[in-house]
Design a protein around this ligand. Structure first.
Ligand code: ADP
Length: 199
């Protein structure tokens, strides 16, 4: 299976890009969604989290993500422990979904594609890129959060230059959505050819 990893900073347009590629019939495997699936009520990962972190469940048995985020934000070891529980489960879930994909190629979309082992699952890396000011403006509108909060997230993410250096393909998203779609169309054709050769 030919897999293209898609990444970019917060608010760069990853979802806008996968919405469009999904409409073209390409299977989208979403690491954010997978990270929720693996901690669903009844999952082994959720049991392990409750063992390690105590009462971080909501009354319906689902994970209280905010409580857990507060714990790991303040404690480096706690963050590493959480990752040791969730990352293997997320990796397995992503591999399962990629294997089940029946489209000519598959997109793995992940904000953390380049930070850890997820990049080993892809043959090619597409980065959606916008200037930081636009990234900020679009995210503030989308999430209805203060600039300071977006700034903190942007600072914690891989810096733009490093990300761009690791890209095989860069999709600029500073114009209207039609421009984004046009660039994606061209890449889609290219990926279909690469997938043919890869098969
Ligand atoms: P990401 O998934 O990378 O965090 P999104 O795809 O959600 O980013 O885009 C961030 C916000 O900007 C969303 O509200 C989205 O609708 C909007 N957006 C994305 N691309 C464009 C564009 N080319 N023009 C206008 N708005 C856009």
């Amino acid at each position: 299976m030919f897999v293209v990893g898609l990444t970019g900073g917060i608010g760069s347009g990853k979802s806008a890009a996968t919405d469009y590629l999904g409409r073209l019939g390409i299977t989208i495997v979403d690491a954010d969604l997978a990270s929720r699936v693996v901690v669903a009520p009844g999952s082994p990962a959720l049991a392990a989290i409750a063992d390690r972190f105590g009462d971080v469940l909501q009354s319906d048995g689902s994970l209280n993500r905010r409580a857990l985020r507060d714990i790991v934000f303040a404690d480096e070891q706690a963050r590493r422990d959480l990752e040791a529980i969730t990352h293997p489960a997320i990796g397995l879930e992503l591999r399962r979904q990629i294997k089940a994909s029946a489209s000519p190629y598959t997109i793995l979309v992940s904000p953390l594609l380049l930070e850890g082992s997820q990049k080993e699952m892809v043959q090619r890396v597409m980065v959606v890129d916008v200037a930081p000011e636009l990234q900020m403006a679009r995210t503030v509108v989308r999430d209805e959060v203060p600039e300071s909060q977006v700034e903190a997230i942007m600072r914690a993410q891989m810096d733009r230059e490093t990300r761009l250096r690791l890209a095989d393909d860069v999709v600029e998203n500073h114009g209207p959505l039609e421009d984004l779609h046009q660039r994606l169309n061209a890449l889609h054709q290219h990926y279909l050819q690469l997938a043919d050769r890869y098969a």
